[in-house]
Design a protein around this ligand. Structure first.
Ligand code: EPZ
Length: 420
């Protein structure tokens, strides 16, 4: 198994290219099930989750070719409707095939994703919404068996909680349903917006894109033709590199970003004292003479993202005072706290609230990555720790960060990938 070895104390400088967004690419890959002919999806990040989704599509009978950062997918011969446990257990986002498979074939069998390191993560809201659209759902032997022999029908759905993949699943199901589907309390994340915009540009009328109320006019199982699309930049990868610049107090430029997706992250960093230069598709973070402590509560977009909570916790360790970080989305997304503590961090937890003492003197240690974003937080802490840190179980990082150690090394970090 690979691990990362990081020598703390190096200043960073230079430019880093931000990849396409994993969490935008995954629903777009699942959307290929709604299409006929070839669909070419570009700016795909070369990360494991993308390969897993392509493998899942191939298992279902689709064909694809992969070249540079584009995949050309054809689902004309897709003839299986079972998303197997072996793949779903590797990647929860496999659940994104549920809506499209059911809408196109009138039935499907998708393994239940089960729990996950950051929380229980149920899919009850996805299932309830599909039932309102006329599906019959049964859970048998760990699988969701969904059927709607006469096709899905438009319905009014009110999500009890804002759910990103839930909204994406239902938008895709509604695209091939009969009639109009209204989603109230829809997610507004840029990844959801991109999916809606692409569908809207290719024959599915969707009103309210970017708002929390969507109206989708279904095409009653008439497949779509979408020749070529490009995935939006990864706002969480960008935010993570901004934190790398911030924690090492370096000047870093990130290219191929969309600032409008980064507002809550930029505002928090500004509150902490950092300054920025913004250009059309790039952003430069500059050092801060004093790092001010912060208060953060994670919420849905456009609020502060849960996917940046761990990285800001590492950064808060360098602040001049005590920061308060509240995790409101996932009940167990503080696994990095005990690993950061092994490096000398003083963080106390009270349910969903972490109190983070600043001015920390971190030292290198062996630590374990626990989930994707927590792993980046450990790397951030290692960049400023005294001595050598080894981050183990980095398969989490490989699921969602594009060649992270290569990008950080190019910026001047002393980081190496080694095998146990
Ligand atoms: C998406 O997960 C992202 N994954 C996550 O990215 C991200 O952390 C999360 O949204 C929140 O922004 C992808 O886009 C592939 P939710 P998702 O449904 O859709 C509860 C990363 O690191 N809920 O929006 O699974 C749920 O438990 C990750 O890249 C229900 O109760 O998250 C949570 O408390 C990890 N029932 C809240 O809603 C449901 O049926 C929001 O979860 C669905 C969700």
């Amino acid at each position: 198994m690979d691990y990362l070895e990081i020598e703390g104390g190096a200043k960073l400088s230079g430019e880093v290219e931000i990849a396409g967004a994993k969490n935008a690419a995954l629903p777009l890959l699942a959307m290929s099930i709604l299409c006929k002919g070839d669909i070419k999806i570009c700016n795909l990040p070369p990360v494991h989750d993308i390969k897993t989704m392509l493998l899942l599509l191939e298992n279902l009978g689709a064909s694809y070719s992969y070249d540079e950062d584009c995949a050309t997918i054809n689902t004309d011969k897709l003839d299986k409707t079972e998303a197997k446990y072996d793949i779903v257990r590797k990647m929860r986002a496999s659940i994104l095939t549920l809506g499209p498979l059911l809408a196109r074939f009138g039935h499907c069998e998708v393994s239940l994703p089960g729990g996950c390191a950051i929380g229980q993560r149920p899919i009850d809201l996805h299932l309830k919404a599909l039932e309102l659209m006329g599906a019959q759902i049964e859970i048998k032997q760990g699988y969701v068996h969904a059927s709607a022999p006469d096709g899905l029908k438009g319905a009014t759905i009110i999500f009890d909680k804002v759910t990103v993949t839930g909204t994406e699943n239902i938008v895709m199901a509604a695209a091939l349903a009969k009639g109009e589907t209204k989603i109230i309390n829809a997610a507004k994340e840029p990844e959801v917006v991109q999916l809606c915009e692409i569908l809207n540009d290719h024959g599915i009328l969707i009103k309210g894109i970017g708002s929390d109320e969507l109206i989708i006019h279904g095409r009653d199982r008439a497949l779509l033709q979408i020749p070529e699309i490009t995935v939006i930049p990864d706002r969480i990868e960008a935010g993570s590199y901004l934190c790398a610049g911030a924690i090492t107090n370096s000047t870093l430029t990130l290219n191929r970003v969309n600032h409008s997706h980064l507002i809550s992250i930029i505002l928090k960093l500004q509150e902490m004292g950092y300054n920025f230069d913004l250009h059309e598709e790039s952003i430069t973070i500059k050092p801060s003479p004093k790092i001010t402590p912060i208060q953060i509560a994670t919420t849905e977009y456009p609020g502060f993202p849960t996917d940046m909570q761990a990285q800001f916790m590492a950064l808060a360790l360098m602040a001049d005072g005590t920061s308060i970080i509240e995790e409101r989305l996932f009940e167990n997304r503080f696994m990095h706290v005990s690993e950061l503590s092994r490096m000398g961090a003083k963080i106390s937890l009270n349910n969903s609230i972490a109190t983070v003492e600043g001015n920390a003197q971190l030292f290198g240690a062996d630590v374990m990555a626990t989930d994707l974003r927590a792993s980046f937080a450990l790397v951030l802490a290692a960049l400023v720790a005294e001595g050598t840190t080894r981050v183990h179980r980095i398969y989490h990082l490989d699921r969602g960060y594009d060649r992270m150690e290569v990008k950080l090394a190019k910026l001047g970090a002393k980081i190496k990938r080694l095998s146990e």
